[in-house]
Design a protein around this ligand. Structure first.
Ligand code: SIN
Length: 277
């Protein structure tokens, strides 16, 4: 799709598009803002290249899409509590986000999404995978769709942020604040696109409402395996100055941890969303 000089180029067959022709360091004109919002709702994640944003410009960009959600658990860029640090130093082994998940699904009002901006990228590795939960839902049988339509998923932050996990300590903290539990429909209607999406994720979903953990596990495991099928995914290769803006209601993401001994530093700003029903 082209509008003036803005180009939205789909990348994966199911998820992801690259947008070019916009100056993100300046406030976006209403038509440009609408183009980005539409592309995000349609493709689940949009990518921009070759940016040179200051912290204040990154914050101003995010504010055009909603209120900023100040992260409770991550360290932040000095002087900028709005900017969560997604960092791994050469001597650290664990990375942040190294498994399929949807940020903030444990909140009663889950976040819309995040803008992740690359400041320092290893010479190789450190890509991020994205998966389309629209595509995952669409590919289910009518019978399973009918079963899932009536279910709610239980999501929690406790088992992820409420416990110390190896050398993540120092980058993730405030463990006592990990008290969030929430239920959401297992199938949501996306608030902007109107499309149906699967809304459970391996990171934070702990069961189905009213089911035991043992009863929930087999169906959740089936859904996780199904939703991570390669044809629903896109693998984004970062360069310094790249920015990914994903929609948590339409995607999962997974930060690959294949760059031991190298530094990787990204700045993440998360934007508040709305109730999913
Ligand atoms: C995250 O899960 O927010 C981090 C993703 C990444 O570092 O690529």
């Amino acid at each position: 799709m082209r509008s003036n000089t803005i180009d939205v180029r789909p990348l994966g067959s199911a998820v992801g598009a690259e947008i070019s022709g916009l100056d993100l360091a300046e406030p976006l004109a209403p038509p440009a803002l609408a183009t980005v919002k539409d592309a995000l709702a349609e493709h689940g994640v949009v990518f921009f290249r070759n940016l040179s944003l200051t912290e204040n410009q990154h914050i101003a960009l995010a504010r055009q899409f909603g209120e900023i959600n100040v992260n409770r658990f991550f360290g932040h860029a000095e002087g900028y509590p709005e900017i969560a640090l997604v960092v791994k130093e050469p001597n650290q082994t664990k990375n942040i986000g190294g498994g399929w998940h949807t940020d903030h699904s444990y909140d009663e009002i889950p976040a819309l999404g995040s803008m992740l901006y690359a400041r320092e990228i290893p010479p190789r590795g450190g890509d991020t995978l994205f998966a389309s939960m629209y595509a995952a839902y669409d590919a289910l049988s009518d019978g399973l769709k009918r079963t899932l339509d009536g279910l709610r998923g239980v999501h929690s932050s406790r088992h992820v942020f409420g416990v110390k996990r190896g050398d993540l300590e120092g980058r993730i903290g405030n463990y006592d604040a990990a008290t969030q539990d929430a239920t959401h429909p297992v199938v949501i209607t996306h608030p902007e696109s109107g499309k149906k999406a699967l809304y459970v994720n391996p990171g934070f979903t702990v069961g189905f409402d009213g089911w035991t953990a043992d009863e929930s596990r087999p169906l959740l495991e089936y859904l996780y395996k199904h939703a991570a099928r390669p044809e629903f995914t896109y693998r984004f290769q970062w360069r310094e100055g790249s920015l990914a803006f994903w929609d948590n209601r339409a995607t999962w993401h997974y930060a690959l941890n294949d760059y031991q001994g190298e530094r990787r530093l990204l700045h993440r700003i998360t934007i508040d969303g709305c109730s999913l029903g």
